[in-house]
Design a protein around this ligand. Sequence first.
Ligand SMILES: Cc1ncc(COP(=O)(O)O)c(C=O)c1O
Length: 250
Amino acid sequence: MPAIKEIAEQHGLAMVEDATESLGALCRGQPLGRWSRLTCFSFNANKLMTTGGGGMLVTDDPLLARRARYLTTQAKDDPLEFVHQEIGYNYRLTSVQAALGTAQLERLPAFLAAKRRIATRYAEALEGLPGIQPMKEAPWATASYWMYTILVDAERCGTDSRSLLKALAASNIETRPLWQPLHLSPAHRDSFARSCPVATRVNRLALSVPCSTSLTEEEQSRVIRALQRELVADRRNAEMQPATGDFGTA
Ligand SMILES: Cc1ncc(COP(=O)(O)O)c(C=O)c1O
């Protein structure tokens, strides 16, 4: 974040953050959402806290806040006659969703603690499995652990992330790849793109394992046992050496 902020400042660019995945996380001690003029958060159903759908825009700039409220509530210049000077949108969170969100916000510390407990257990259990890189917290970060994602090095595991996904699915354990990087998305085929080898590699190797805040200890044990079973079966004769590396820099 400091590096992006520096570039934005150098070139007079406005920085807008999507901190959806890092609600509650810190970068160099500063909460995500505090780095930019505008930050958005999604409260979709699978997020750390949810309102069932919708999201939130935060800013400490009163003019931007007023402008966002205006555009997201249909840009009504005359609320009686419904006169619009410009095109507005019906993007606001409903009051019912906002009430849900307020209650969820109170539970955020407990959600974050549950995610951290689950992540710590995975990290301990998966460390040392050949070719598996557990998720690590960078020294400059406090992670939210919204998801717990491992990297599967096919050469050292004897299986790749997608085969492992299928093997775990056969044991009724749902795991997921990460999202397709934008530069590979057919929907953006006509856009300017440069090669992004790190994103491409992470997309190929990554597998997110179950980590819902409601995951019980026994359920997590079952996931860990299944992972150990699959990997040991695929690489019975492999030399046991821990994976190295991390998930990037700030
Ligand atoms: C960074 C980020 N932004 C936005 C979203 C989704 O936002 P929404 O579904 O509310 O449009 C996601 C979904 O996972 C996400 O990871």
